[in-house]
Design a protein around this ligand. Sequence first.
Ligand SMILES: Cc1cc2nc3c(=O)[nH]c(=O)nc-3n(C[C@H](O)[C@H](O)[C@H](O)COP(=O)(O)O)c2cc1C
Length: 329
Amino acid sequence: MASEENKRFISVDPKEASIPEIHKLLLGGITPRPIALVSTVSEDGINNLSPFSFYNAFGANPPIIVFSPARRGRDGSTKDTLNNLHQIKECVVQAVSYEMVQQVSLASTEYDADTDEFVKSGLTAIDSDIVKPKRVLESPFQMECVVQQIIPLGENKGSGNLVICEVVKIHVDETIMQDGVIEPNLIRLVGRSSANYYTKAFDCSMFEIEKPISTIGIGIDSLPDFIKHSKNLTGNELGKLGNIELLPLETEIKSFITSYKNQKININDIPKLLNGTDYHAVYAAGVAINHEDKVNSKRIIEISAKKALEQNDNAFAILALLSTTLIDN
Ligand SMILES: Cc1cc2nc3c(=O)[nH]c(=O)nc-3n(C[C@H](O)[C@H](O)[C@H](O)COP(=O)(O)O)c2cc1C
């Protein structure tokens, strides 16, 4: 079984594939990536501005961020950003919002080292408090950084260079803050995907996963087999169920069933209920038809549990699912 399932994978040995092939696989499989818009300055005082999506934060104390200006795939030469950082070991790293992404894309053009990409991209250079390179006014989140270490990851075409930076000052546009935190729908950041794709990290792209902070979920392995192996529950639904702290006791399940018994349900209303979001009503319908039609009763109860999970009522969902084994008693 395991080897049958394995057949759908194409397995690649990086040593046997071309650099562009590996690069494309990494870009497609590691996405969306945050974008660092990096401002540097050369010894001659020429500003440089370039985006890098091989980038992330790696600690808060001290605050450390890392990005990687790789050697060019065409000839193995190093990029101006890296060359500048070897000269002046400071930079400003800024977040990229949807409102500025076209200008950022323009700044990624390979202008020669004498060209100021602030000027080319039309983005506004403002002074930093601590470091020499300029900040980008249009970015809602800017970090002044001092380079701690540059680690070359090779000398070949496409080899990365880890630029490890300590953040020495953070500037946040106050209009993107809500209740002391950065609100995704106000900062409106974008991420880099594969090919020419970018991702919006706001609006309908966002969703929440509720997680109990002080407790540990029972895990999918602790769910009863008929739930764990149900063909009707997805991995995400099982993930939510595995997050509950305790399986309910039999007495709780029985009183749950009782609380939904004897509700007046018109059989003709069931299709309409199944299309709606009221999982309590769907469950009551499942309970109501249990005497006449066990198979459909179970199916409808499962649907009520799925609807509850969709609305993050995990406690209801587990009670509903477990009730299918006790409903006759
Ligand atoms: C959104 C975006 C992300 C990028 N990420 C990287 C990256 O992580 N590493 C890299 O070497 N080049 C990356 N590039 C390409 C560089 O921005 C591009 O080579 C740039 O011209 C380098 O400029 P420089 O020579 O002035 O440093 C990216 C380009 C874009 C548009």
